[in-house]
Design a binder for this molecule. Structure first.
Ligand code: UDX
Length: 446
């Protein structure tokens, strides 16, 4: 069956580029489309425009075999796909400027560019994260604009950056919102090999499928903010959130994952998704049901402010003119993504208080420098730390755990460390003469 249906993917960001590459990997003929000609040029040469472990290999293999092609022309999508095609929409739905709601302009543009060309029956499948009700509106618009009978489906994506390929080829579950048996069958065909591997395939109405995604991300964000709220209490009570989290994890009802206390969540999804979800609930007249997400957001942002306070305290009450090294700029390790990165927000806030900030990140330097060109950037943790009065460990890249605290004490002006991620061996750092402050941990070593 593979190869019978053709697949197109509109939008080649993290989600779309990975999805297109993985669909080709499953054996389909795939055409990816994006309005960004530079990005398409890179993808067409079989390389990823962003850092994502394993993606370059999948892209290179499938571009070389000819199964995976790219274009900037939306008119090509319909002709390429033909009858029975599955057209995935993977455009981004960022937070609107000036409000919490999701900005659907790229999705609407994608639908309007594709629809008039759809002269043969096919299925359009949204994967973008959207406010509930969007899929039904897309279905109406397709009925209005497309010459042929077009089925609409929604198939939310749960991939994590840094694990995008594995999460796409081995998902926990496939969630599919459909209005018709034809659309369901098309998605069963697309994911046939994953279904053979036993991946659960859940079909539901369009609205519920949209909600699964925002509910999942809200739950994950709530878990992180829960443990970070406990960190705030620990700080006030001189208790240790790391030990607290360890004990909580042993209760299987609570679970082991997403309870890492630290600088909180960032990235292109969790922050804007909880805001967009709360905004949509207000439109639906049930704002109170999700009012707690405002607290989840607030707890998350307070961690950033707390990290700055700890750095200021270590500098004797003022950051003015102080040299500060920030280790890590990406919103999490194994990513070069700095969108809503807590680490960069802290770096920026430190600079805002007059500190001379030098940032080091193994992958995200270029992206970070684009966002915050007024900061200094270094090529190594050591270079960033040179003559620093305080070092802020902000993104938990594994290489920072390998740093020898005795050696590092020789790099800096004053051995002061703020550990924002709780992944460093604080006893070893203190043993090497460092004064250490860490989020959610007691002020002094026990
Ligand atoms: C997230 C969801 O996990 C994914 O299912 C969805 O499709 C997109 O959003 P992603 O943004 O790639 O994926 O990152 P994820 O690995 O989930 O981490 C999110 C943020 O939470 C990061 O900033 C991370 O540092 C932080 N985090 C995660 C914590 O602070 N503590 C934890 O215990 C876990």
């Amino acid at each position: 069956r593979v190869g019978k249906r053709r697949i197109t993917v509109t939008g080649t960001g993290y989600l779309g580029a990975t999805h297109a590459a993985c669909m080709a990997e499953l054996g389909f003929e795939v055409l990816g489309m994006d309005v960004d000609a530079e990005k398409i040029g890179v993808l067409a040469s079989g390389r990823s425009p962003f850092f994502e472990p394993g993606l370059n290999e999948v892209l290179a293999r499938n571009v070389a075999s000819g199964r995976l092609r790219f274009t900037t022309d939306p008119a090509e999508l319909a002709a390429f796909g033909g009858e029975g095609a599955v057209h995935f929409l993977c455009v981004n739905t960022p937070q609107s400027a000036g409000s919490d709601a999701a900005d659907l302009r790229y999705l609407n543009l994608a639908v309007e560019a594709l629809a008039p060309h759809l002269t043969e029956s096919c299925v359009v499948v949204g994967k973008s994260t959207v406010p509930v009700g969007t899929a039904a509106a897309v279905a109406d618009r397709l009925r209005e604009l497309a010459p042929a009978a077009v089925e609409t489906a929604w198939n939310p994506e749960f991939l994590r950056e840094g694990h995008a390929v594995a999460d796409t080829l081995h998902p926990d579950r496939l969630v599919v919102g459909v209005e018709s048996a034809e659309a369901e069958q098309a998605l069963r065909d697309v994911y046939a090999s994953l279904l053979e591997d036993g991946v659960p395939f859940l079909t539901m109405d369009l609205a519920t499928s949209e909600l699964v995604k925002t509910a999942a991300n809200s739950f994950l964000a709530t878990k992180i903010s829960f443990i970070n709220a406990m960190a705030e209490v620990c700080e006030a009570a001189d208790a240790d959130v790391v030990l607290l989290a360890q004990a909580l994890r042993l209760d299987p009802r609570i679970g082991t994952r997403f309870l890492e206390p630290g600088l909180g969540f960032g990235g292109a999804c969790l922050p804007k998704d909880i805001r967009g979800f709360a905004a949509r609930s207000r439109e639906l007249g049930v704002g109170q049901a999700l009012a707690f997400l405002h607290e989840v957001d607030g707890i998350n942002l307070r961690r950033r402010a707390r990290a700055v306070t700890l750095a200021r305290e270590l500098c004797g009450g003022s950051l003015e003119g102080r040299r500060v090294a920030v280790w890590g700029a990406a919103f999490k390790p194994d990513s070069d993504d700095v969108r809503d990165s807590p680490s960069l927000a802290v770096a920026d806030a430190l600079a805002g208080e007059g500190a001379l900030v030098t940032v080091y990140d193994p992958e995200a330097r270029d992206n970070a420098a684009k966002y915050l060109p007024h900061l200094g950037f270094a090529d190594s943790a050591r270079e960033a730390a040179r003559d620093a009065q305080v070092v802020v460990h902000a993104t938990e890249w594994p290489e920072f755990r390998e740093i020898d605290p005795v050696e590092a004490a020789g790099w800096v002006a004053q051995p002061h460390l703020v550990d924002c991620r709780n992944t460093l061996d604080l006893a070893a750092w203190r043993g090497a003469g460092w004064t250490v402050a860490a989020l959610g941990r007691p002020a002094a070593a026990r």
